[in-house]
Design a binder for this molecule. Structure first.
Ligand SMILES: CC(C)(COP(=O)(O)OP(=O)(O)OC[C@H]1O[C@@H](n2cnc3c(N)ncnc32)[C@H](O)[C@@H]1OP(=O)(O)O)[C@@H](O)C(=O)NCCC(=O)NCCS
Length: 223
């Protein structure tokens, strides 16, 4: 027997639901930063900075200072990608969850509750992608760190799949990012197909090699 229930969103969930989403996104800043440090176009210039004092080009102090600033800049860059997305989402669809998700046909928002505590969220909305008129999109999937690995993420996803099926949709789609490794593994285990990987056009995404992954789950009768 699962130790949690999935139920539709209520107004009293507002603060915790927004907070769960924000924490779930911001926790990936560290992985994005570590990934950036492994990129040749990042670590090569950093290594040169390290060698400069040996070549008598700059002092050791200047070299250390420059390296510290570069690494700190990288950390803030990786963090900013996530915090700016959270800020945008909180002032967009998550500003008025009831109005955006609960009062519109084809939209919905669910929460997972365990022992009276709200521990997970997920949203569904019609896909805005061209050609995706019969596709439903998963968004805002997040599970509290203390309740990971209990099957809540899969149950929330399954809720969206059932909703899409009842509405006669052809597929459930979503995008996630490379640092969200647990999410990618979960989607693949559930039968989502990896459709494409792309890097958004802005320079900051290219610099940090910030990959977005698109997944699709074809509903029975549409496979
Ligand atoms: C992704 C997330 C929602 C998963 O929630 P969860 O409740 O822990 O997921 P579940 O317990 O249902 O596990 C789902 C499956 O993924 C697998 N999985 C999860 N992390 C894994 C890992 N690191 N390696 C291998 N498999 C993993 C589990 O094994 C499980 O499959 P199984 O039951 O067949 O073993 C959760 O990690 C989370 O909230 N992350 C932060 C926010 C986020 O990334 N959201 C996704 C937005 S696109």
């Amino acid at each position: 027997m699962p130790r949690f229930i999935i139920r539709p969103y209520q107004d009293s969930d507002y603060d915790v639901a927004r907070n769960l989403f924000a924490c779930g996104i911001e926790e990936h800043s560290g992985e994005a930063f570590r990934h950036a440090l492994r990129l040749p176009h990042i670590w090569l210039p950093l290594s040169f900075l390290f060698l400069f004092p040996a070549l008598h080009l700059v002092s050791v102090t200047t070299s250390i200072l420059a390296m510290t600033l570069a690494v700190a800049g990288l950390w803030f860059g990786a963090r900013n990608l996530h915090t700016s997305y959270v800020r945008f989402s909180l002032s967009d669809d998550l500003m008025d969850i009831r109005k955006y998700y609960m009062e519109r046909d084809g939209y919905s928002f669910w929460v997972a509750e365990s022992g009276g505590e709200l521990v997970g969220t997920v949203a569904a909305l019609p896909s805005s992608q061209p050609g995706g008129e019969k596709h439903l999109e998963v968004k805002r999937l997040s599970v509290s760190r203390n309740h990971r690995g209990e099957g809540i993420g899969k149950a929330l996803c399954r809720t969206v799949i059932d909703f899409a099926q009842k509405r006669g949709c052809e597929a459930v789609v979503l995008t996630t990012t490379e640092p969200q490794i647990n999410a990618c593994k979960m989607y693949e285990k559930m039968g989502f197909r990896h459709m494409q990987t792309f890097i958004p056009p802005a320079f900051k995404y290219k610099l940090l090699d910030f990959k977005v992954l698109a997944y699709q789950y074809d509903l029975p009768n549409h496979r």
